[in-house]
Design a binder for this molecule. Structure first.
Ligand SMILES: Nc1ncnc2c1ncn2[C@@H]1O[C@H](COP(=O)(O)OP(=O)(O)OP(=O)(O)O)[C@@H](O)[C@H]1O
Ligand SMILES: [Mg+2]
Length: 265
């Protein structure tokens, strides 16, 4: 379970560039929650994830994961508990290392010993099987440097690396937005399969309102650092994209504007 309590973050405090990114977020994520997150540009969606993975400390408030307060925990310690994928496929993998080496690093992170060790044969087979399940032929390219892979292949790799050590939370920040439509669909399918198999509590930022309502079990909408809509169950099932747009303009007095938003979706 993830609990966010009164989280606040203002960038450039006291300067002309002052930006309130999180204006007091209260949110509880249950273990079986798969939450999709929508919002206009600059709403604070990525900042919310930043506070959870520890790229900065919030001005106030708390991040509690599985009962442990991790608000001020160093980023490398949280990395064992939280898997995250970004929009940029270049983030999350080491380009000069091979697929096998990247996976070995991620795999050993979940174990107790401090140094990465060579993969045992059995572990290697497990990883190959997982890669094979992606249907991208990566299992036969274990000695290829990750820098040689396509964006979609890298995202699939990053997903495996982010989930291999069985994290307590998975955060997806528009992780398919930079891919072509067919590849995006494939990476999304792999994501859904992984989340289902591992029963991972997941938060997914997306600009696609239709899939925000169709995927997962709960949808939140953010504006100006606040959660302005949090729906699940029948209320959510009955909602359409037009309802989301109406809710946004009704509460914000302006229309939802996101430069990656797909028209007609
Ligand atoms: N490191 C930073 N330094 C200064 N301001 C920042 C920083 N990160 C984010 N901001 C500001 O905080 C606000 C929220 O940004 P954030 O990136 O969280 O938005 P977002 O909802 O992810 O938007 P998008 O849909 O464009 O990705 C914005 O006004 C942004 O300019
Ligand atoms: Mg963002």
């Amino acid at each position: 379970m993830l609990e966010l309590k009164r989280l606040q973050k203002t960038f450039g405090k006291g300067t002309v560039h002052e930006q309130v990114a999180l204006a007091g977020i209260d949110l509880t994520l249950e273990n079986d929650d798969f939450v999709t997150i929508l919002g206009s540009n600059g709403a604070g969606k990525s900042t919310l994830f930043g506070a959870i993975i520890g790229t900065f400390w919030p001005d106030c408030g708390h991040v509690v994961l599985a009962g442990e307060d991790i608000t001020y925990q160093p980023i490398h310690r949280r990395a064992q508990k939280i898997g995250m994928l970004f929009q940029d496929p270049l983030k999350g993998t080491a380009p000069d290392m091979t697929i096998a080496e990247n996976l070995a690093l991620a795999y050993t992170r979940g174990h107790r010993f401090p140094l990465a060790r060579a993969l045992q044969k059995r572990d290697l087979q497990t990883l190959r099987d997982k890669l094979a399940a992606f249907g991208m032929g990566l299992e036969d390219r274990m000695k290829v440097k990750v820098g040689m892979l396509s964006g979609g292949q890298r995202q699939a790799m990053t997903l495996l690396m982010a989930t291999i050590a069985k994290p307590k939370l998975l955060l997806l920040d528009e992780h398919t937005a930079a891919l072509d439509p067919a590849t995006a669909e494939k990476v999304l399918a792999i994501t859904l399969q992984t989340v289902r198999e591992q029963r991972l509590p997941t938060m997914m930022i997306t600009h696609n309102m239709k899939s925000a309502l169709a995927l997962g079990n709960r949808t939140i909408m953010m504006a100006h650092g606040k959660v302005i809509l949090d729906v699940a169950g029948e209320t959510r099932s009955a909602m359409q994209v037009s309802d989301l747009l109406r809710h946004y303009s009704g509460t914000q007095g302006t229309s939802l504007d996101n430069d990656r938003m797909l028209l007609g979706s």
